[in-house]
Ligand binder design. Structure first.
Ligand code: CA2
Length: 145
């Protein structure tokens, strides 16, 4: 089983600023931790990060070719992107939305997710662990399907 982990804009800056909100781990650290979890789960991971909305849409569409599911942190596009929502709905792969911070206890504009309604679930507020929790939930969902 192969799962793609997609990260949206500015996630490449993790660990460099705002550690009180996003923690001190870098995207590279999170990738290493997820690869360790993937080995335990006996699955394969692919990673994609982009600051460009259309590139994220392309990655979601391409996932249909060789992936069984998607873990996505759409970052700021969570709150704005009809295109990413439509891509998730169009490919029909099970998708888990994750956030490092708790989007429900921050600014009002972060509370609404355009993408969550087309995902099987949302994990928000567990720091870097949100990725791991989202991955475990997705793999269990796929295995049970
Ligand atoms: O909590 C999350 O994972 C977010 O998806 C992160 C996004 C934010 O727009 C969402 O509302 C919630 C922002 C990612 C920006 O990451 C930074 C990393 C280091 C320094 C500055 C920003």
């Amino acid at each position: 089983m192969k799962i793609i982990v997609i990260n949206g804009p500015n996630i490449n800056l993790l660990g460099t600023r705002e550690p009180e909100i996003y923690g001190s781990l870098t995207l590279d650290d999170i990738t290493k931790n997820l690869n360790a979890e993937a080995a335990k789960l006996n699955i394969e991971l692919e990673f994609f990060q982009s600051n460009v909305e259309g590139e994220i849409v392309n990655a979601i569409q391409n996932a249909k070719n060789d992936c069984s599911g998607i873990v996505i942190n759409p970052a700021a596009y969570t709150h704005t992107s009809v295109a990413i929502r439509d891509a998730i709905a169009a490919v029909g792969l099970p998708c888990v939305e994750i956030h490092i911070s708790n989007i429900h206890n921050r600014e009002e504009f972060r509370k609404n997710s355009l993408t969550a309604p087309v995902c099987i679930g949302q994990i928000t507020g567990f720091g870097a662990d949100s990725y791991k929790l989202g991955l475990i939930g997705l793999v269990n969902y796929i295995k049970a399907a």
